[in-house]
Design a protein around this ligand. Structure first.
Ligand code: CMX
Length: 436
């Protein structure tokens, strides 16, 4: 929307001045140190990235522009009275740091509908022709790359645009991309798992509800679930694989489509976003093993130890930064308690929640024995008939696009440089410490 763009335009010089002041006064101060162990441990704990949209606290969980998930649920405009926030509200918050009014959100929804309309027919053709034995996440990444030919940033760069103007076409690409990825995703869904016919957008619906509609789901409760799901998966600060990959690739001035596609390839890994698919597979495996037997703590304990003793991880548990139950898990649990308390799969997920942390603690390896976002999402989707777990990470990806592209917009607005950390060889380190 024109309003959103003009707010960003006003915010940019303020933020630039704030950063200039910070760097002038504290530019040479140490933010964190990097030990040899850290270099060998996936850079865990090194503070070396700037991401403006959200911040993760190990105990408390994520804050989107300073707001916790319950605060977002209270403050961000939704579609239903007392209902879940609209992802458009979240997008506005992520980009501007401000809670939007209902009118502002309505304007943004309309803007997204308009932008979605002009999706290139070639993209639809490319997706329709993709073989179904390509994983939906790979198809999604290909779909985003197919959208790239309409990148306004790439065109502007070719035309010799001034650095100071980069953010303007990044903004256009960001909103175009967010408007169009639900079409790409729903088309993959319809083609892979349904009759293959594309369902046209319903412009009377908000972005999330319309996505559900284009996939073929039209219950009010599903709309609410999509609004919640697509709001809470947006952002998780900058160091996670999908956010970092998007930022890294974007730092080479690859346009938002190329950058997001890179992020999605990272999200497709089983230790990151694919964990939601893995959780559902694992839950079904448990159900298969237990057969008609009643689910109880004793027999589940055996199954969990079997998983660990087979050298596998318990999917949906643990986190690189969090040290408590993920609030994204908690709000999904609350949704289940409100809408589907007697669902058998929810009961299984709940019982696991009671015992997995104790078992992981007893095993003594995991730094965080508590559940993350992926432990719960599949059971909610399955309840409403969305049983195709291979598709779950695509839904995560559609949501993650909102966060990582908002960040990328600010990367360009603030003139962040190409990312290029220094790497070492083991040989060089051995030599460096040999004299000590
Ligand atoms: N089950 C079994 N073992 C686990 C575990 C789990 N859920 N979580 C961590 N561990 C193990 C690690 O594999 C590691 O073992 P090794 O020492 O043998 O290598 C050890 O505990 C220490 O790991 P950590 O420091 O606690 O965790 P990391 O920061 O290295 O990894 C994560 C974090 C999420 C990859 C890890 O907890 C994991 O594999 N979890 C299961 C997969 C999952 O749910 N991923 C989704 C995360 C959320 C998201 O990005 O979507």
């Amino acid at each position: 929307s024109i309003e959103l763009k003009s707010i960003v335009e006003k915010q940019i010089p303020v933020k630039q001045a704030q950063i200039a002041e910070l760097r002038k006064n504290h530019g040479e101060e140490v933010l964190s140190q990097c030990t040899v162990n850290m270099a060998y441990s996936g850079m865990r704990g090194i503070k070396g990235l700037i991401t403006e949209t959200s911040l993760l606290d190990a105990e408390e969980g994520i804050r989107f522009r300073g707001l916790t998930i319950p605060e977002c649920q209270q403050q961000l405009p939704g579609a239903e009275e007392g209902g879940e926030p609209l992802p458009e509200s979240m997008l506005w918050l992520l980009i501007t740091g401000e809670v939007p009014t209902r009118d502002q959100v309505r304007g943004l929804t309309e803007d997204l509908h308009r932008r979605a309309e002009s999706i290139s027919p070639d993209v639809i053709k490319i997706i329709k022709n993709l073989p179904n034995d390509i994983h939906p996440m790979t198809q999604f990444s290909i779909g985003i790359l197919a959208l790239q030919k309409d990148s306004k940033f790439a065109q502007a760069y070719q035309d010799g645009v001034h650095k100071k103007e980069y953010w303007k076409t990044t903004y256009e690409d960001t909103l175009d991309c967010i408007a169009r990825i639900p079409i790409v995703a729903s088309l993959i869904y319809r083609k892979n798992f349904k009759d293959g016919n594309q369902i046209q957008a319903d412009k009377s619906l908000d972005w999330a509800a319309n996505f559900a509609h284009m996939m073929g789901y039209n219950k009010k409760e599903v709309y609410e679930l999509f609004r919640l799901y697509l709001s809470i998966h947006t952002d998780h600060e900058g160091g996670n694989v999908s956010a970092h990959a998007t930022h890294l690739v974007g730092s080479a001035l690859s346009d938002p489509y190329l950058s997001l596609s890179a992020g999605m390839n990272g999200l497709a890994g089983p230790l990151h976003g694919l964990a939601n698919q893995e959780v559902l597979r694992w839950l079904k495996e448990i159900q298969g093993k237990l057969g008609d037997k009643e689910v109880n703590k004793e027999n589940l304990t055996t199954v969990i130890w079997d998983t660990l003793n087979a050298g596998r991880v318990v999917p949906g548990y643990g986190h690189a930064v969090l040290r408590k139950t993920d609030p994204r898990y908690t709000c999904q649990r609350e949704f289940a308690l409100k809408h589907m308390p007697n669902d058998p799969l929810f009961k299984l997920v709940s019982t696991l929640y009671e015992i997995v942390p104790g078992i992981l603690t007893e095993q003594g390896k995991t730094k965080n024995p508590f559940p993350n976002v992926d432990a719960h999402s599949g059971c909610l989707l399955r309840h409403y008939g969305l049983v195709e777990e291979d598709f779950y990470t695509v839904m995560f990806g559609v949501s993650r696009g909102l966060g990582v592209l908002s960040s990328l917009l600010w990367d360009r607005a603030l003139g962040q440089p190409i990312e290029r950390p220094k790497s070492m060889t083991t040989e060089a380190l051995v030599k460096q410490f040999a004299a000590k």
